[in-house]
Design a protein around this ligand. Structure first.
Ligand code: GDP
Ligand code: MG
Length: 370
């Protein structure tokens, strides 16, 4: 659509509708929450509120993504967020486990990593990497469809004894569509049927040109079983991250993406949030999808309680009033009133959408009967 409703715009920026209406009044426009704004006006408002408008296409302002504009001097390097993809049984889970376990110092207090949906490791040379613990194309695609871009680097796992298979090709297409750089982990190199060269050649047939063939896609031969090549893989990711110059401003109100959420019997609703901008702190008031809350506790991937979490850090968040969905965006706001208003708006907007969809079906049914 070429327009966006005032209320929806406020919602996307996590601002109060009344404040957006006020700001439009200052510009000489008398509007209500349900009035549409054209793209240029919407962009003015967005900038007025210190956000940056991202137009997915020239006409689609509904896709405005809430990203506060940071000054270059406020930006600091942040760890890359890594997702592992590949064909079934090629070793995605084994690789994630091997990387996690290799990084846990045995005997270290609290050293056992918790399965909270993501974890961080430190390479031998001291780089920090964040791994999403939910491999799979479905998770990647559904998060992206919901506007949550939570992957900086894709690790494409290809078993050296099986080579390129249908889901390998699917993963290549996802990574390309998302414009995310890829590193190929040629896994199961310990097997005597392993043929890494065949993998490289077959990748070429799918327009993935690896370094050995004169391209720029790094490959690393690994074994999730023996641990061979894991350090090299981690350093390759760190190198790729350096090239990407990933940055975020840790010194502002947090924004993050929900990667997992559940209703815990003892603890109530719990969401694992990957912080993308700013720093999430205990006591922060936030809105996340149709839910809101106040951070009661933050728990990291080691199961330790922490006071805050900066960019690219995954944490479990306690203190929600309900369970959000994976892919929901969390925004810290100033007041509980603001959080409640935004959550209420989203709930009623979702209801309207369902009602509209329901009405359409009824109409279709009527037409079909006629
Ligand atoms: P996923 O479906 O991609 O998550 O694959 P899994 O991690 O479940 O692995 C599938 C099978 O391959 C399991 O039986 C693993 O034990 C085995 N496997 C995974 N990595 C390796 C490896 O490096 N070497 C060998 N020999 N077997 C592996
Ligand atoms: Mg698996």
């Amino acid at each position: 659509p070429e327009t966006i409703l005032v209320g929806e715009l406020a919602n996307r920026m996590a601002e109060r509708t009344a404040d957006v209406v006020k700001s439009l009044m200052k510009m000489g426009m008398m509007v209500t929450a349900n009035q549409p704004l054209d793209a240029d006006t919407a962009e003015l408002v967005i900038e007025e509120f210190g956000h940056r408008a991202v137009r997915v296409s020239d006409s689609d302002v509904e896709q405005v993504i809430d990203t506060v504009q940071d000054k270059p001097e406020d930006l600091q390097p942040r760890p890359p967020i890594v997702t592992i993809m590949g064909h079934v049984d090629h070793g995605k889970t084994s690789l994630l486990d091997a990387i996690r376990n290799a990084n846990v110092v045995s005997g270290e207090a609290g050293g056992i990593t918790q399965h909270i949906g993501a974890y961080q490791v430190t390479t031998e040379r001291g780089s920090v990497l964040t791994f999403l613990d939910t491999p799979g194309h479905a998770a990647f695609t559904s998060m992206r469809a919901r506007g949550a871009n939570v992957t900086d680097v894709v690790i494409l796992v290809v078993a050296a004894d099986d080579s390129v298979m249908p889901q390998t090709i699917e993963a290549i297409n996802h990574a390309k569509a998302a414009n995310v750089p890829m590193i190929v982990a040629i896994n199961k190199i310990d097997k005597h049927e392993a043929n890494a060269q065949r993998v490289r050649t077959e990748l070429l047939q799918h327009n993935v040109v690896v370094e050995e063939m004169g391209g720029d896609v790094q490959t690393v031969e690994v074994s999730a079983k023996t641990g061979k090549g894991l350090d090299t893989l981690l350093e390759a990711i760190a190198l790729q991250a350096e090239i990407l110059e990933l940055q975020a401003n840790p010194n502002r109100q947090a924004q993050g993406a929900v990667i997992e959420a559940k209703l815990d019997v003892g603890r109530g609703p719990v969401a694992t949030v990957l912080v993308q901008h700013g720093t999430l702190k205990r006591g922060d008031i936030f809105v996340v999808g149709e839910q809101w809350g106040k951070v009661r506790a933050l728990i990291n991937d080691r199961g330790d309680r922490v006071d805050e979490a900066g960019p690219s850090v995954p944490v479990e968040v306690l203190g929600l009033n309900g369970t959000p969905e994976a892919g929901d965006v969390l925004n810290v706001v100033e007041t509980e009133a603001q959080a409640r208003e935004i959550a209420d708006y989203r709930i009623s907007a979702a209801k309207d959408k369902r009602a509209a969809a329901g009405a359409a079906t009824t109409l279709e049914q009527l037409m079909a009967k006629a």
